[in-house]
Write a protein that binds this ligand. Structure first.
Ligand code: AGP
Length: 605
């Protein structure tokens, strides 16, 4: 889950690589480096730290019009100058950058060391560099050398390779980790994500697993792993650099939280049919008969995507009255699930590149499963792998902590649930109720964003707690899980989420004045039960911050949000928790957009 970028053309590569790496930094940010081919020699700089540190290390006269760059999320070897990428062979002829994990690196390293090769770094990638450097001497082309070296590799990769003896040429290859090519005017780009190249071109092609490409200034050729040329149809990405700017906000996270009235409106655009009170979902590739044929819905995703899937499962069960549940994709994949023909599988992913989810989708496809995708990134691997689905249209999500993609995913599930329900027994009246509720969401989110000052004050009050508990019942439980997730991942405050009813079966023992509880208390049929739980916490001197539709004496502090339809309320109840985590992280001086140890798109297992 590193970020790689490559450029070949008439311009100096270094500034283009540095800007591309800056835009890819959300993929990994513990070290960075780049290499350019100048004449018949390689120039390389790499440092522990951020892309900005690398920029300082790259002298202005770093000439060369063909180069590769990398920003790292360490898997093998600590973040350090020597473990940073690119890796070069001892003769400094070949340079390699890699995103992914080489699973048989240790065995290959031992074999190469036994043959007298000395290693500089602890990385798996250096193994590949030595294999390619050896092959370039025995083959006629760089792509043949890369192909030959990759034959010994087991694992995932997105790589870019240059050879000082072949200036003006870059070879990239993909297996499991994303590579997108950017087609420019007499110049070519490659990157892990379009973010690094949309400034220069919006004409792109995605490499598929097992594909390799040769880039030169005048164009590109793509090949399969057995050297058969493949044809590629470029498509135009609809995001431009503006989408990747932070819009003048202090942090991308605050920008993306504040964008939600628009992003939810974009997710809904053209998808509500007020005549028949149904959802209009053109991308499902299923007719009504097939839509009716499913007896169960199984949702898979990772992290926050999985939690939004839990909200989705409840919406589908409540509205369409078919059994539905959500499961972490990696667990689902490795428990060898029974794949049923009358089960509809739904894969969720903001980036569309999360390896655990992609591999679970590929497993489902191998077993004949019918898989829909709810994805934000257009043209991403998971979107390409699914049989149909919905794009969120939420725009690029740059901050590592997911917010607008979470709410747009939950809204997409409300649309899918409405679709599944209206081809079954949901009445037009109930359909209308849900359609109108969905249309009220953007304006109600605006109202919640106006509570920012109040939530900021509360976050500063609670941020220094050593630990926090998040509780909710049924519809409130996935909201509590997402709230705890957000606080953990950006403020590093330990937080646990529990079904409120479970507290008395154990976790209540944790409750004390130093462990405040955030309670999700919607105005629904479980209100009284939730208030009883608050009483139990209070009786043990626990402090309570309640998120609900009306204030309650049992709580120390209350954030009151507007009421929508009960089924849709979880979408609104999540937003105060996003702001709470944001302000807690700011109060604790955290790097809000680049939280430690994390990365935006987890392209390794
Ligand atoms: C959420 O804030 C995290 N960034 C993480 O849990 C994320 O949701 C997970 O890695 C899944 O990512 P995806 O939606 O891009 O597949």
């Amino acid at each position: 889950m590193c970020g790689i970028v490559a450029y070949v053309g008439p311009k100096d590569a270094a500034p283009i690589l540095l800007e591309g790496l800056q835009r890819l930094e959300y993929r990994g940010y513990d070290s960075a480096g780049l290499a350019v081919v100048n004449g018949k020699s390689l120039k390389m700089r790499k440092v522990k730290g951020r892309v900005s540190d690398l920029a300082e290390a790259v002298p202005a006269r770093f000439k060369g019009t063909c180069g590769i760059g990398h920003t790292r999320w360490a898997t093998h070897g600590v973040p350090s100058d020597v473990n940073a990428h690119p890796h070069l062979d001892p003769e400094h002829r070949v340079a390699v950058v890699h995103n992914g994990i080489i699973e048989n690196a240790d065995a290959l390293r031992q074999r190469l060391e036994a043959e007298g090769v000395t290693f500089e770094s602890e990385t798996d990638t250096e193994v590949l560099c030595h294999l390619i450097a050896r092959a370039v001497k025995e083959t006629d082309s760089l792509d043949d050398a890369v192909r030959r070296a990759l034959k010994s590799i087991v694992g995932t990769y997105g790589i870019a390779v240059v050879d000082a003896q072949r200036p003006g040429e870059i070879v990239v290859a993909r297996n499991g980790s994303p590579i997108v090519l950017g087609i420019g005017e007499k110049e070519m780009f490659a990157a892990s994500d379009v973010a690094a190249l949309v400034r220069y071109t919006r004409q792109v092609v995605h490499l598929e697993d097992g594909e390799l490409a040769v880039l030169r200034a005048d164009g590109f050729h793509t090949f399969t792993s057995d050297a058969r040329e493949t044809a590629k149809e470029p498509f135009t990405v609809d995001w431009d650099t503006g989408h990747y700017d932070n819009g003048g906000y202090e942090h991308y996270l605050l920008k993306e939280i504040s964008e939600q009235p628009d992003t939810v409106a974009r997710t809904l655009r053209g998808r509500i049919d007020d005549r028949f009170h149904i959802a209009h979902l053109g991308g499902l590739n299923m007719d009504a008969r097939e839509t009716r044929s499913f007896r169960r819905v199984k949702i898979i995703g990772c992290g926050s995507a999985y939690y939004s899937g839990q909200i989705g499962a409840q919406l589908i069960e409540e509205l369409a009255r078919i059994p539905a549940d959500a499961e972490p994709a990696s667990e689902f994949r490795y428990r060898n699930p029974v794949v049923e023909p009358d089960t509809l599988y739904v894969a969720i992913s903001q980036s569309g590149e999360t390896y655990d989810t992609l591999a679970a989708v590929q497993e489902l496809k191998r077993k004949g499963g019918r898989v829909l995708g709810i994805v934000n990134t257009v043209g991403s691997a998971i979107a390409r792998e699914c049989d149909g689905g919905l794009y969120l249209h939420a725009g690029p999500e740059v901050s590592v902590a997911s917010t607008k993609a979470f709410t747009s995913t939950a809204v997409s599930f409300a649309l899918l649930a409405l679709h599944l329900a209206r081809v079954r027994d949901l009445s037009p009246a109930d359909g209308r109720r849900i359609c109108e509720g969905l249309r009220r969401l953007p304006e109600q989110i605006e109202q919640i964003l106006k509570l920012d000052e109040q939530i900021k004050t509360l976050a500063e009050k609670y941020a220094h707690s050593p630990s926090m508990m998040f509780v909710g019942r049924v519809r409130g439980y996935p909201v509590a899980r997402e709230g705890a997730q957000k606080l953990k991942e950006i403020s590093y405050v330990h937080a646990e989420a529990y079904p409120a009813s479970e507290l008395k079966h154990g976790p209540l023992a944790l409750i004390n004045p130093d462990m405040p509880t955030v309670a999700i208390v919607p105005d629904d049929e479980l209100l009284d039960k939730n208030l009883t739980t608050l009483g139990e916490i209070r009786a043990r001197s626990g402090r309570i911050l309640m998120i609900g539709h009306r204030a309650a004496d049992a709580a120390d502090d209350c954030v009151v949000v507007p009421k929508n339809e009960t089924e849709l309320d979880p979408i609104l109840l999540t937003i105060p928790l996003q702001l709470f985590a944001y302000h807690a992280a700011v109060a604790l001086g955290r790097d809000v957009d680049r939280p430690r140890n994390l990365a935006k798109s987890v392209t390794v297992e």
